[in-house]
Design a protein around this ligand. Structure first.
Ligand SMILES: Nc1ncnc2c1ncn2[C@@H]1O[C@H](COP(=O)(O)OP(=O)(O)OP(=O)(O)O)[C@@H](O)[C@H]1O
Ligand SMILES: [Mg+2]
Length: 310
């Protein structure tokens, strides 16, 4: 698989503050990678480093095969960046903004005009495209800013909190757009978000960063396997856990831990092989089983476990 981002010991200081601390990270072509972490963790600084907007204090990074220290301009021709506070020209209309920024990418005028119309349509801005951006709501600005980041059809798109401040429908549209860009168009997306459900939905891999340091890296299921041993299964019994069933739980060695709440038994098993044995034993002692399902840990649970809280 082709690496579109790779960093080794990437570090950035601001005075005494270590904003990014020896970051080792790779992102493969076509994936949606999520960088998660609390306020001030170093996410935005990482995006700026990867686009050659800031210079590293130490370490190195290659983006689309290019060196962030020396090839920032070239990198930015192939990446799109949605910053936390996108700047748009308030006095210009949405259409004028896109034409202006598209011009900076040297797109041929006819092609640019067509691309702008396409994006206005796609982002639901066509109707109000000739109104000044100064009159736009937060969500409309955000959609315009994302459209702007996509003008030159970048291979790699950096989105810094793309849905923050958006209403539920607008946020959903942005998430669908991210899925479309990734699944249908094969673009690589580097996403920073505080919305863990959003990251869970969109990201094939995530990194968790805190105080500039990478605390974890992998797919949500890989991280869950590292954080919690064994296989987790939920069994719905509806009703109470009889003494006979409780005995079964003590008798089977493969059951490492168990809890029961609202008719649902949650078991931590040594491995998958134990599932049929447990189900058969429960049924044999009168357990009425309505559902057996693996229990996936949510990204929120993973995040808080990594942060050592919750
Ligand atoms: N230009 C700057 N000058 C001085 N310090 C900075 C600068 N930019 C970032 N920092 C510091 O670097 C650290 C990381 O900031 P960064 O903006 O990368 O965090 P973040 O993870 O994006 O946070 P948030 O979730 O709040 O957006 C913080 O301590 C911040 O104060
Ligand atoms: Mg930030």
């Amino acid at each position: 698989m082709e690496q579109v981002i790779s960093t080794h010991g990437l570090t950035r200081l601001f005075g005494e503050t270590v904003a990014v601390d020896h970051l080792d990270l790779t992102v493969q072509r076509g994936e949606v990678f999520g960088l998660l972490g609390p306020n001030g963790a170093g996410k935005t600084t990482t995006i700026r480093l990867l686009n050659g907007i800031l210079r590293p204090s130490a370490g190195e990074a290659r983006v689309l095969g290019m060196d962030v220290r020396t090839q920032g301009n070239e990198i930015r021709r192939h990446t799109g960046v949605l910053t936390e506070t996108p700047s748009l020209y308030e006095a210009l209309t949405a259409r004028e903004n896109l034409l202006f920024f598209g011009d900076l990418y040297d797109l041929p005028p006819a092609q640019l005009k067509q691309r702008v119309e396409e994006l206005l349509e796609e982002f639901g801005l066509a109707e109000r495209a000739d109104e000044r951006v100064g009159t736009y709501s937060k969500g409309m600005r955000q959609r315009l800013a994302i459209a702007r980041a996509l003008l030159h059809r970048p291979l790699l798109l950096f989105l810094d909190e793309p849905t923050s401040g958006l209403d539920p429908l607008a946020a959903r549209r942005v998430r669908e757009m991210i899925q479309r860009l990734s699944h249908q168009e094969g673009r690589t997306i580097f996403l920073c978000t505080h919305n863990l459900a959003e990251a869970q939905l969109l990201c094939s891999r995530v990194g968790v960063i805190d105080h500039g340091r990478l605390r974890a890296l992998g797919s949500p299921s890989e991280l869950a396997r590292e954080l919690w041993q064994g296989v987790w299964v939920e069994i719905d019994l509806r009703g109470q856990l009889s003494d006979q069933l409780a005995e079964v739980l003590e008798e089977i060695p493969a059951i490492q831990s168990h809890s029961f709440e609202d008719g649902r038994l949650t078991l931590q098993l040594k491995d998958e092989e134990a599932i049929p044995e447990v189900v058969a034993a429960l049924a044999a002692r009168g357990g009425r089983i309505y559902r057996v399902a693996p229990r996936e840990h949510t990204l929120e649970e993973i995040y808080f476990r990594i942060q050592g809280g919750g």
